[in-house]
Design a protein. Structure first.
Lengths: 485, 136
């Protein structure tokens, strides 16, 4: 058997691109890493494997703890982690969702082709940067009242629909129809709501972005046709989450769990693994609050979609409807959802925690919109700034191997502090402009920290996903315009 | 008091060392401000708050979380921190005074949240050392 050894952890190769840390010590189940040897070399350099092992000790965990090919160190859970716990006898962990609840990605398609955008890249990037607040302290596209925030927390994208910022089809093509019905805004703190009031329709910073891309290659013609994709087509990718409202909610509940379940926490190897027992009042409260934050994030991405449509109308002097600016799909990569999966031959309701991992449901799964039930769920894997992104389709093996999940991005290999020392923002922008990629950011620090060299090779992550059958490659895209905080 | 930004794969870590616990807390807060912006930071109106927690680690978490919350509410970046800490049996309390630099007067990026990940509060021969990881 092929093994991979680190200082403290030994992994067995159990299949092509599949490695396992056998159960030992406090682990209740084994831990699995989906990676090539090269990616595993990178993954083993930080605390990812140790954190993955720790998640395998969560009460009620099923089958195995998982790390996707883009995995890297997080807090408590590794980023790229997928952990499923029994929804009735297990636990739910805010750390398994992350601070940015429902950070996720959506893609908008258009009937524009690359030649339509040539000569307009600069003006489009400037207009998008003007219309969509990025970074910190620049407010949101909309000014909202406290009542609005409560409505958004309760109704998600339905709020955008009822206020003229969405059409019905936008909700049809959003995970869960853009609304978690389990949301309860009263479980979200006043502090969180205060933070959210000024951030409705905002990108934030870090690795969040709005990117105009062109489809450069199609891998599966039939699926691409179903998704409305073709070579040279212009598409738009939006990556952001629940902003300060979600961050505050995660912090609030970490502290509540810490106080209420102090004894339980002492048994966990890491405080960020703080979890509430399934069925407890606190678990129910967190789930309801998390669902409300999920709604906030969907509405946030919908409002940004509206602003993007308005920007395109202005640049192309045509209505967004005539430009066929339609939502292909919106999917989260920081979330915990109650889902039914087969465990030992029987259906069981689980909390599936995806932290930096994307749901990737295959053909036939009932949660999918009607348009995709016979195709499989779209998945978006952004690459690093200035590089390819990918569109995948939920693979037929995903339910069996990964609780219906795949990767969410390229995964970092270089710290932000090191990146700032190595990469000069002006140089990076100049190099990107030579490739006709126009980037505007609020802060030079973001440009350096998000430089192409700081991430893993996204095509390797995607090829592994495709090989394993958890996310099939459908198309590749290349950036033209990118705005970030 | 000294602080440094430290390497972390995806996020930012701050380490502070100081003679007293209060100065070490203040050092982490200055490091948090530095993580937001490379601009020289000065000026701003005075702000203050008081919190209490059940342990020194949770006090630190709550202190930094409150600074991030007030950053968003008042649209200021907290700098020039003065911290007083008091412990009475199992209860820790902290009074904070800082100056808030208006966010729209600087180029900055967002730090999302404080985490417990790898958090360390250690008494050293020369004083105190604190280490905190922030989510970017």
């Amino acid at each position: 058997m092929t093994t991979f050894e680190t200082e403290n952890i030994s992994l067995n190769q159990i299949g092509e691109f599949m490695w396992e840390i056998p159960r030992s010590g406090d682990m209740l189940v084994p831990a699995r890493i989906l990676a090539s040897k090269k990616l595993l070399d990178q993954i083993s350099k930080d605390k990812t494997l140790e954190q993955l092992k720790n998640t395998a000790s969560l009460p009620g965990i099923q089958k195995y703890a998982l790390c996707m090919p883009d995995g890297h160190q997080g807090y408590g859970f590794p980023v790229g982690g997928v952990v499923a716990t029994d929804a009735h006898s297990g636990c739910i962990s805010p750390g398994g969702v992350g601070y940015d609840i429902n950070c996720g990605v959506r893609m908008i398609t258009t009937n524009l082709s690359y030649k339509d955008i040539l000569g307009k890249e600069q003006s489009l990037s400037r207009l998008l940067f003007d219309k969509v607040p990025t970074g910190m302290g620049h407010g949101g596209i909309l000014n909202t009242s406290s009542r609005d925030i409560e409505d958004i927390l309760s109704n998600g994208s339905e709020w955008a629909l009822s206020h003229g910022y969405a059409i019905s089809k936008d909700l049809d093509h959003c995970e869960d129809g853009g609304k978690r019905t389990d949301a309860d805004h009263t479980k979200v703190s006043h502090k969180a709501k205060q933070r959210g009031k000024n951030q409705v329709g905002s990108l934030g910073s870090g690795n969040h972005f709005l990117e105009v891309q062109r489809v450069s290659e199609i891998f599966r013609e039939d699926v691409a046709n179903s998704y409305g994709l073709s070579v040279d087509q212009i598409v738009i990718l939006i990556h952001t989450g629940s902003r300060g409202l979600g961050h505050q909610t995660c912090s609030d509940y970490l502290r509540k769990i810490e106080i209420e379940h102090a004894d339980f926490l002492t048994q966990l190897p890491d405080k960020e693994l703080a979890a509430a027992p399934a069925g407890s009042e606190l678990a129910n409260d967190y789930y309801a609050a998390m669902c409300a934050c999920i709604n906030f994030a969907w509405n946030n991405r919908q409002i940004i979609t509206y602003a993007t449509r308005m920007a395109f109308e202005e640049i192309f002097q045509n209505s967004w409807e005539n430009l066929d600016m339609n939502l292909l799909y919106d999917v989260s990569h920081n979330i915990a959802k109650k889902e039914v999966h087969i465990i030992d031959g029987h259906p069981r309701e689980l909390f599936v925690h995806r932290k930096g991992a994307t749901r990737a449901f295959p053909i036939g799964r009932s949660e999918l919109p009607l348009d995709f039930i016979n195709v499989g769920q779209p998945v978006f894997i952004p690459g690093s700034m200035g590089s390819d992104s990918y569109i995948l389709r939920g693979g037929t093996k995903s339910l069996d191997l990964t609780f219906g999940s795949t990767a969410h991005g390229a995964g970092r290999i270089l710290s932000r502090t090191k990146a700032k020392k190595i990469f000069n923002a002006s140089e990076i922008l100049k190099q990107l402009k030579e490739k006709n990629i126009h980037v505007i950011a609020t802060s030079d620090a973001t440009i350096s920290e998000e430089a192409p060299g700081v991430y893993k090779d996204v095509s390797e992550v995607v090829n592994i996903s495709d090989f394993l059958g958890i996310g099939d490659k459908v198309a590749r895209t290349f950036p033209i315009v990118n705005i970030k905080g | 008091m000294q602080y440094h930004l430290r390497d972390h794969t995806a996020d930012i870590a701050v380490e502070s060392t100081a003679l007293t616990l209060e100065e070490a807390f203040a050092g982490i807060a200055e490091g948090l401000a530095s993580a937001h912006s490379d601009d020289p930071l000065s000026g701003g109106a005075k702000f203050n708050f008081t919190i209490s927690s059940e342990s020194i680690e949770s006090l630190l978490f709550d202190f930094l979380a409150t600074l991030i919350y007030e950053r968003d509410i008042y649209n200021v970046l907290p700098i020039n921190h003065t911290v007083q800490i008091e412990q009475k049996k199992a209860n820790w309390s902290l009074s904070s005074v800082y100056h808030g630099v208006p966010i729209d007067s600087i180029i900055s990026r967002e730090i999302k949240a404080v985490t417990y990940s790898d958090m360390a509060i250690e008494r050293m021969p020369s004083g105190w050392r604190i280490y905190v990881v922030f989510d970017v």
